[in-house]
Design a binder for this molecule. Structure first.
Ligand SMILES: [Zn+2]
Ligand SMILES: [Zn+2]
Length: 481
């Protein structure tokens, strides 16, 4: 990108013009040739300066210019993290940043399922004539984690969560990096308007960590009140990749996530007389083991499946067999057909185990898939991914764009792609770790603090810089004139 713009070459080219100019007759103006040069220089200076400023306008140089003020914004957001659904201050900072970058901004966009909750979604529209529409999203929320990074700008915030309990708050997923990068990207693209055309929709999305913010914004008419995008882009910081690098995954990047509640009924009684009961704890143990055969025996092994029982509660005392056991599951898949099959198998196995255990039909387990908590898989459109990967390599160098393995984690960015993935979408990751620490970790085999860890401390300057260059370059590629 830098080579195309010829930054730094214009003065040399101008100097080479001077001797020719000095050889020209002085056109009746009584000036020495030296004076002519000075006179011409004065005349040409405004044009030269304009050209010179224009020549320096690359994503790289603009990111460097914006970094000091973005770092101040980053630290301010980091010190003041807000839990999901409460991102009032963070949303206001993003809204101001987008307004100052020339966007038309609408605040409080979004309608949650739960009535009475304010949704702090931000929409910033940057128009630049006819052309494609591209959505660029940052999330806004932090996590109930007690920060232990020891950084001078570490969070000491505590607040009440939605259950009224006091909890610490920390940007342990780096959404503060995303917000600062979004503002920097908007500023950069505003200054590069001669290189693109169309409409950019910048999104500040609340409630990513609990899933629901993206859906709430779509429910509030994101794609009817504003233009429906041709492409959707987002980035996430990465706790394993070195700063200066971008990681990219083609196809499925994050999983479908289902939360499932299961109640296993039994017939309680004395712990000393099990033959007079139907013990739901023993039955639950059988069901849990049988569920693992869904992944290992029923599923085609090339399709990833995770079934985790994260919570199990039953009974009150050593010698009492309870009447029921409650379980909470997280179920992860990629493809829709795999998801449907796995959820059906969870119910079938639970009920069939109970029948085999001798329970009557009215005491079979109740299996409840929580539809409101479903988060669909993030699918990086292959064609878009390849196109953007080539652009990122050109902007950052081949070695700085690396393949990133898919994960069974979740991201609700995929909502912007719509359930049928009809809007091509891409989320890439930006390395946030000091390269020396990555090398040390590889050598020693000691894991680095992961996302959501109380010790996760992204290195802000190079991460935000690479994020801006990457996102700006991707948008320019999709919207180039
Ligand atoms: Zn997170
Ligand atoms: Zn995150």
């Amino acid at each position: 990108m830098t080579g195309n713009c010829g930054a730094g070459r214009s003065p040399a080219r101008f100097t080479s013009v001077i001797p020719k100019a000095s050889g020209l007759p002085c056109n009746g103006v009584r000036l020495t040739c030296g004076m002519t040069i000075r006179f011409l220089s004065i005349l040409l200076l405004p044009f030269l300066s304009a050209f010179s400023v224009f020549a320096q306008q690359t994503p790289q140089s603009l990111a460097d210019t914006e970094l000091p003020s973005l770092l101040a914004i980053y630290k301010d957001i980091h010190i003041h993290p807000e839990l999901s659904g409460h991102e009032e201050r963070s949303a206001a900072i993003v809204a101001k940043g987008l307004k100052d970058a020339g966007c038309e901004v609408t605040e409080r966009v979004g309608k949650y399922e739960k009535p009475g909750l304010t949704c702090f979604g931000v929409v910033g529209v940057m128009k630049n004539g006819a052309g494609p529409t591209v959505l660029v999203r940052s999330d806004l929320d932090a996590l109930p984690v007690h920060e232990e990074t020891g950084l001078p700008y570490a969070s000491t915030v505590t607040t009440k969560n939605d259950e009224g309990k006091d909890v610490p708050v920390m940007h342990a997923c780096g959404h503060d990096i995303h917000m600062s990068t979004l503002i920097g990207t908007a500023r950069t693209l505003d200054k590069l308007k001669d290189k693109w055309h169309g409409t950019i929709i910048f999104i500040g999305q609340p409630a990513e960590e609990v899933v629901g913010g993206a859906r709430a914004m779509l429910k509030d008419g994101l794609y009817t009140r504003w233009p429906k995008p041709d492409y959707a882009l987002a980035l996430h910081d990465d706790a394993e990749i070195e700063t200066g690098k971008i990681g990219i995954t083609e196809g499925y990047a994050f999983a479908n996530v289902d939360s499932v509640d299961v109640t296993v009924h039994g017939i309680g009684g004395h712990g000393a007389y099990p033959h007079k009961t139907k013990d739901p704890i023993v039955l639950s143990a059988e069901i849990i083991n049988a569920w693992q055969t869904i992944a290992s025996r029923e599923n085609n092994p090339i399709n990833p499946v995770v079934i985790t029982v994260g919570s199990i509660h039953g009974g009150t005392k050593h010698n009492i067999i309870p009447d029921e056991v409650q379980m909470q599951l997280t179920v992860r898949t990629y493809k829709k057909e795999v998801r449907d099959k796995v959820l059906a198998a969870i119910e079938r196995i639970a009920k069939d185990c109970a029948t085999a255990f001798g329970l009557p039909p009215d005491k079979l387990p109740e299996v409840h898939v929580l539809q409101n908590e479903f988060s669909p898989a993030t699918y990086n459109n292959p064609e878009l991914t390849r196109r953007v990967a080539a652009t990122l390599k050109a902007a950052l160098g081949n070695d700085n764009v690396v393949a990133k393995d898919p994960s069974m984690g979740a991201e609700d960015f995929c909502e912007f792609s719509l359930p049928d993935h009809s809007i091509p979408a891409l989320m890439f990751v930006v390395g946030a770790v000091d390269p020396a620490k990555v090398a040390e970790s590889k050598k020693s085999g000691t894991s680095l603090p992961s996302l959501h860890s109380s010790k996760f401390a992204p290195v802000p300057e190079p991460t935000i810089r690479t994020g801006i260059i990457g996102m700006t370059s991707a948008v320019l590629e999709l919207m180039k004139k």
